[in-house]
Design a protein around this ligand. Structure first.
Ligand SMILES: [Mn+2]
Length: 371
């Protein structure tokens, strides 16, 4: 493992550890396919579709209709480009031919996003063997990582399994034997949940090493893999406190109806803040996930196999958003920090709600100043 020279300036053990490089993650930054963003860029990022053969064990089946609707009727007409960020095909359970056969209309749909700008696909640990698959339809769109250039800043997109400490996840292609084991032995004898997504300690370890790598390199990383959506901007508690602060500042100069509106909003904010403190440990009263400071250097689009809807990341010009799409009749799995209202997509019955949103300039300012 290499060390940056600045690590020695501080004479501090913790700092020394913090500066340790992660060989697989550094490599991703060097080898990533470059894409330039500008003010008109629109990109939707989905990950972990786990497409199968359409049978009982196919986890994609549940939200297939929802995903088709939002791609066909929302993102494509709105001129979004598409990134599928790994674990799109579930090759640990199904051969590629059965997946392509079952979901061939999705393959056309994905490819049609090239008309809007681009369609890229990174590979994850469940679909890495596609690199070696002859005649794979998306061979020319398949990469390990993508580098979005936003001015002189960088967003790195990759699946995330590269940070795993487990060989079979870090080197999925080399570990073909492991894949065959999982498909033909582990699955039939009933070993389920061998994926990182089901183990919170391993999930945390993956997130933490990518978070530290991102802060070290002063880049934003966008991953999937853990199935847990992440948008670390401000914690809900901080958001509420800043909102309260802002209202107190404008209150003295407000008049008439405005005064009453501020008073009412303040009451609602106080109730919400108190509810946060009551929930305490469950929602985490600390500001950041891993430290006391929130550094928004790690985003995760979540997955599309959830029981109550899917999550996705959107980049639109200078904004980044975490959104949830769900069947409007049910309640969404995730609730946002900002109390946004859902919007229904035509008469599809599916609704979109923005869970979190920030400007990329703000994200990179925090990263630059705090990391
Ligand atoms: Mn994965």
């Amino acid at each position: 493992m290499g060390l940056t020279s600045s690590a020695f300036c501080f004479g501090n053990n913790l700092m020394w550890l913090h500066k340790r490089k992660h060989p697989h993650l550094e490599r991703l930054l060097d080898t990533a396919k470059s894409v330039d963003l500008d003010r008109s860029s629109k990109i939707v990022i989905l990950s972990d579709l786990h497409m199968g053969n359409g049978g009982r064990l196919d986890e994609f089946r549940r939200n297939a209709k929802l995903i088709k609707s939002i791609l066909e009727r929302y993102y494509r007409p709105q001129k979004y480009s598409l990134v599928l960020n790994g674990d799109i095909e579930e090759l640990l359970k199904f051969p590629i031919a059965s997946i392509e056969n079952q979901w061939h209309d999705f393959y056309d749909l994905f490819q049609s996003f090239e008309q809007n700008g681009f369609f890229w696909k990174t590979y994850g640990n469940h679909d890495a063997p596609l690199l070696e698959e002859k005649n794979y339809r998306f061979s020319s769109s398949l990469v390990e990582s993508l580098k979005f250039h936003y001015g002189d800043k960088t967003l790195l997109l990759f699946h995330g399994h590269q940070a795993s400490v487990f060989m079979w996840e870090t080197f999925p292609v080399i570990s073909r034997a492991v894949i065959l084991f999982l498909r033909y032995i582990a699955k039939p004898i009933g070993i389920k949940n061998f994926s990182v997504a089901y183990n919170s300690r391993r999930r945390f370890a993956v997130e933490k090493s990518i978070y530290e790598f991102s802060n070290r390199e002063k880049i934003v990383s966008i991953i999937g893999h853990t199935h847990r959506p992440l948008f670390e901007s401000l914690s809900k508690v901080d958001f509420l406190n800043y909102k309260i602060e802002e209202l107190c500042r404008i209150y003295p100069s407000a008049e008439g109806d405005k005064l009453t509106a501020i008073e009412e909003e303040m009451e609602a904010l106080k109730i919400e803040l108190e509810a946060c403190h009551k929930q305490g440990k469950k929602i985490g009263l600390r500001s950041g996930l891993y430290h006391n400071l929130t550094i928004p250097s790690l985003f995760n689009s979540g997955c599309t196999i959830g029981k109550r809807g899917i999550t996705a990341l959107e980049i639109e010009g200078n904004s980044i958003r975490l959104v949830c799409w769900y069947n409007g009749k049910q309640s969404p799995k995730f609730s946002g920090d900002h109390d946004n209202l859902p919007t229904e997509l035509g008469s599809t019955g599916f609704s979109r709600i923005v869970l979190n949103e920030d400007s990329l300039d703000y994200v990179f300012s925090r990263l630059h100043l705090l990391a």
